[in-house]
Ligand binder design. Structure first.
Ligand SMILES: NC(=O)c1ccc[n+]([C@@H]2O[C@H](COP(=O)([O-])OP(=O)(O)OC[C@H]3O[C@@H](n4cnc5c(N)ncnc54)[C@H](OP(=O)(O)O)[C@@H]3O)[C@@H](O)[C@H]2O)c1
Length: 242
């Protein structure tokens, strides 16, 4: 059986690491990325012979290009593309500089366009592909201090819908997962008081686990999910029911 090649961006920790672990199976060859060499080595230790840990920094498009050409040379194509990289730097709009805005939009949104554009042509040729991005509840309901972050994550909804329509007849599905509050480093950026307030808003009265996201990513990548496309699927303990 031919292995499926999987690319998980931002796989060193948090949700990305949990996704990476779900694919450590003989039927997959996995590439996980980190900004640092130490991170790439950590990923390599997790995936062992089932894949590679590689460096990918979203701040320079020639570097992204170099990264993508390197993986295409090594393994030829990606069958399952998981856009997990994401960053926040919360502040009210008056305190968001142009540099700050650009950094969030480039990391969370433009990189998704750029990486997808490079990889999808191979999926089209092979008539198979799965593209799954990690959005955020903030892109749906908004959040004070996150105009840049919310904008980047809302835009992924439109990206997912339009792209799914473009490639629906090519055997490629494109979906978005929209997490609520998940226990990762991202939550550690909040104060104890903010965390308490968040918890009160969640009907299940608990934060999500990275695995809650990873299980759905794995399902959407499978054959069983081949009729699901263009969707945004929410995982948030009931905080926002649509
Ligand atoms: N946790 C939540 O409550 C929550 C809620 C909604 C949505 N999300 C979304 O879920 C995804 C994963 O978040 P997480 O909570 O797991 O966060 P995390 O623990 O902070 O992990 C973020 C990952 O993104 C990578 N990354 C960040 N900036 C990057 C850049 N400029 N270039 C390359 N890589 C970069 C990091 O790489 P390194 O490890 O190499 O530093 C890291 O692996 C993100 O898209 C986030 O927006 C999270």
């Amino acid at each position: 059986m031919k292995k499926k090649n999987v690319l998980v961006t931002g796989a060193r920790k948090g949700i990305g690491k949990s996704i990476l672990k779900r694919f450590i199976k003989k039927e997959f060859f996995i590439i996980g990325t980190s900004r640092t060499l130490t991170g790439a080595k950590k990923i390599q230790k997790i995936v062992k012979k089932n894949g590679f840990g590689m460096i990918l920094k979203i701040n320079n498009y020639s570097e992204i290009n170099f990264f993508l050409e390197k993986i295409m040379k090594k393994i030829g194509n990606i069958d399952i593309l998981i856009h997990n990289i994401g960053t926040t730097k919360d502040r009210l709009i008056n305190n968001i500089s142009k540099k700050n805005w650009d950094n969030i939009i480039n990391t969370n949104l433009t990189s998704v366009f750029y990486i997808t554009k490079k990889i999808i042509k191979h999926m089209i040729k092979r008539k198979f592909g799965r593209i799954i991005s990690i959005g955020s509840i903030s892109g749906f309901v908004g959040n004070p201090g996150q105009t840049h972050y919310s904008s980047s994550k809302s835009a992924l909804i439109g990206f997912t819908k339009s792209l799914s329509l473009e490639v629906a007849c090519r055997g490629i599905t494109v979906n978005l997962i929209s997490p609520g509050f998940i226990k990762t480093n991202m939550l550690n950026k909040l104060t104890v008081l903010q965390l308490k307030k968040c918890l009160k808003k969640i009907p299940m009265r608990k934060f999500g686990n990275p695995k809650d996201i990873a299980y759905l990513v794995k399902f959407l990548s499978s054959k069983k999910a081949s009729y699901i496309t263009g969707q945004t699927i929410h995982i948030n303990g009931g905080i926002c029911i649509l």
